[in-house]
Every structure is written in C-alpha cells, then in structure tokens.
Design a protein around this ligand. Structure first.
Ligand code: ADP
Length: 395
C-alpha cells in the first residue's frame, strides 16, 4: 500500500485526507477548525468511526499536532501506513507554476510573494506547508496550485482591457481558480461519456460556496469565470461575482466607504447572503418556497448569471458536447440545474426532469437521450486529484 497525505490549510482551518493511492481509497480524513481562537474543534474520521473533540488550537503547528494525535489515538497508524509524500493545496501559483511542484525554499518564497495576489489564501497555505514539514521532514512535499489548470488560457481570455504597461508592471491579469476541481471533473466527464478527453468540448460549472465556470476544450481550460482573484464571475454564497467597477467609485464618493470596507462588501456581504440573508443555497430554496421575495430574487439572479455564462462559453467553444455540474450546489440542487438550462433547448440542451430530480453520489447523465449536448452531474474530488498529481511528481 502507498499512501499520500493531502493537506488543505486555510487561515482558520486544516483539512486533511490520507489516501491509499494504489486503490484510490480514503483511509482517514479530518478537519481542525478555529485555528487561532481560544476554543477550536478537531474532527477525525478514522477507519471505524468519527471522533470530535474541543481543544485550543493556537496556530497551524498546533493544528498539525492535533491531526497527528488523532491518527495516533484513532488510527490508522501513520507508522504502519507512512505517507510517501504530502500533497498541499496552494491557491495561487501565478504564471510560474503550471505543474504540481516539489516544495523547495524557492517555491516557498514564491508562494509567499504571491500572497499579494491571494492574501486570504497563500499565507495560510504556506503556514500549512511549514508546519507539515516540521512533522514529516523526510518525505517530499508537493504543492498543487489552483491556478495551474488555467495557464492554458489564451491571451485574449486572460487580458484585462486596461493600460497594458501598468497591467504588466503590476501583474494584473486573469488567472482563474478551482483548477484542481475543473481538471478532475472534466476528465471524469470524458471518461463517463466514454470518449477521449482530447476530443470533448465541455463547460464545467463548479458551484460550491465559491463558484466558477470553465470552458474546457480537449482537456485544456480556454476560459474561466474567476479572474485575477476569486471575486469575478458567477454569483456566490457571499461574493458578488461580476459587477460594474464604477459601483465602487460611486459608493466610495457617496458613502465614504474605504477600500477595506468595499472589499469586505463584495467578498463577504454580497452574493446570495447580500441579496437574501442566506449564503447556503438550501436556505435560499426553503425561504423562496415559503414566499420570501428576497430569496426568490437571489435565486433568480444566481441562475440568470449561470445561463449567461453557459451561452458565452458555448460560443467560445464553437460546439458543446457536455455541460457538467459539480460541487455542493451543482451536485445537489435540481432546482438550480433546471433553471440554469431552462430555455436552452435551441442550443441542444435538453434536461430530463426525472433524471435531474434523482439523487446520487455517482456521475450521471441528466439530459434526455436525444439531447445533442449531454448534461452531466459529476461529483468533484479535489483531494483525490491532489493525491494523483502529487503521485505523478514523486513517482
Ligand atoms: P466549498 O466551496 O466550501 O467546497 P461545497 O462544494 O461543499 O463548498 O458546497 C457547499 C454549498 O453547497 C453549501 O453552501 C450549499 O449552498 C450547497 N448545498 C449543499 N447541499 C445542497 C442541497 N441539497 N441543495 C442545495 N444546495 C446545497
């Protein structure tokens, strides 16, 4: 058995999975939350059962110690299943990191420099790497970048139409995110269709708390909805997605809100929560069903934007073989899927309502048999993709 430990280290949480990469099976997973607060929690799903405990987690090193203790107490034993490598999720790899990369001092310093572009994510990813190196000193650590998959975007897709010299000097361009998920799901979709990835044109809609669309042409990302940061594009749980930038100038002049407040407005107090008070799509559905007009409008704006992107990406691809829904909302909300493609029969997208309503954790087709475009639901698995990519570097 060969195992890889996958680490997703956020500013206040640590998620981990120990994966047997021979059979692609999860041996254990866990979550340490509220790092830096006086009371945190550690949840560990071991071989037999799940365990929760409250504890203070001062910093990332303490979170990793809690993870190690959980493995020691509840198994599986890391001594018996020693990981051959650690795979780390890193959000921003800039233009340099287009492949999974063995972590060196240079790589760490580049991840730190890229914090300018991903201030919420890269510093926490780096803290996770440093803490993990403390625990697992003798095995390779591999960084897998969320931006990497989108480095195939053509210049016309990644360039903002602003002063070119300023943009170049300040590294202002579109990067795209959720690349690990878009890569995994687009491959799995081609496999499900039984067609070579290289000949499939698809649109992947990753709809979780964060959300992004990606046009994938023969396995290559050619357009994606997130930009220089994960704020651009679709309506999300708490993020606005696309907005006229002049709204910010206007609000600043009119209300005196400063940049910090405007950043907070668009990242944390917009999207579904800004419109309806609920950031979870399940709550939006419930509220709308009970006649809450604000929740109904939030849903309408969310699906309106989705339809808009589907149409635009269809045009960019020139032909569409598959439209693929994934992540929390995409995998679980028949309402969102149905409304997003309602009226797209003219584009060859025909949903089978009974298939759409059926719940399952497996990849499945939800379009009619005669629909020229296959509409699929394909569960994402970013941890498995990180493990696969880590393995590809260390083998
Ligand atoms: P993250 O971006 O944090 O990885 P997920 O992909 O797990 O998020 O998606 C989480 C979101 O999925 C929740 O906020 C919720 O809105 C949505 N979700 C989960 N289950 C359902 C469901 N049955 N119906 C509608 N939305 C759901």
């Amino acid at each position: 058995m060969s195992t890889i430990l996958v680490i997703n280290s956020g500013s206040s949480s640590l998620k981990y999975q120990l994966i047997d990469v021979e059979v692609e099976e999860v041996l254990a997973s866990g979550l340490v939350e509220r790092i830096g607060e006086t009371t945190g929690t550690a949840t560990h799903h071991g071989p037999a059962e799940s365990h929760d405990r409250d504890l203070a987690v001062a910093d990332h090193a303490a979170a990793f110690a809690a993870m190690r203790d959980a493995f020691d107490e509840h198994g599986p034993s890391l001594a018996e299943h020693p990981p051959i490598a650690i795979g780390h999720r890193v959000v921003h790899g800039g233009v340099r990191y287009i492949e999974p990369t063995i972590v060196t001092d240079v790589v760490k310093s580049d991840i730190a420099d890229l914090a300018e572009l991903a201030p919420l994510h890269n510093p926490a990813n780096l803290e996770g790497i440093i803490a993990a190196e403390g625990l697992f000193a003798d095995i390779p650590h591999v960084a897998v970048f969320d931006t990497a998959f989108h480095q195939t975007l053509p210049p016309a897709a990644f360039t903002y139409a602003i002063d070119a010299e300023l943009a170049e000097r300040q590294h202002v361009r579109r990067f795209g995110f959720h690349g690990t998920s878009h890569r995994f799901v687009s491959r799995a979709a081609a496999e499900f269709l039984g067609r070579p990835l290289g000949e499939v044109k698809q649109i992947v809609l990753h709809l979780g708390n964060g959300a992004s669309a990606c046009a994938v042409d023969g396995g290559r990302s050619i357009e994606t909805s997130m930009g220089m940061t994960p704020l651009e594009g679709l309506v999300m749980g708490t993020r606005s997605g696309d907005i006229d930038p002049a709204v910010l100038f206007y609000l600043h002049r009119k209300t005196g809100m400063d940049f910090g407040e405007l950043e907070d407005l668009l990242n944390r107090r917009s999207g579904l929560v800004g419109l309806s008070g609920h950031n979870d799509m399940r709550d939006v559905h419930d509220a709308a069903a009970s006649g809450d007009h604000a929740a109904q409008l939030a849903f309408d704006v969310y699906v309106h934007r989705l339809t808009y992107y589907i149409g635009g990406y269809f045009a960019q691809l020139g032909r569409l073989d598959a439209l693929v829904f994934t992540a929390g909302v995409g995998e679980n909300s028949p309402e969102v899927r149905a409304r997003a493609v309602e009226g797209l029969g003219g584009l060859g997208i025909r949903l089978d309502l009974a298939r759409n309503a059926a719940q399952s954790h497996l990849p499945r087709r939800i379009s009619t048999d005669d629909s020229p475009v296959a509409v699929l639901v394909v569960p994402t698995n970013e941890e498995l993709e990180i493990a696969r990519q880590t393995l590809s570097v260390v083998r």
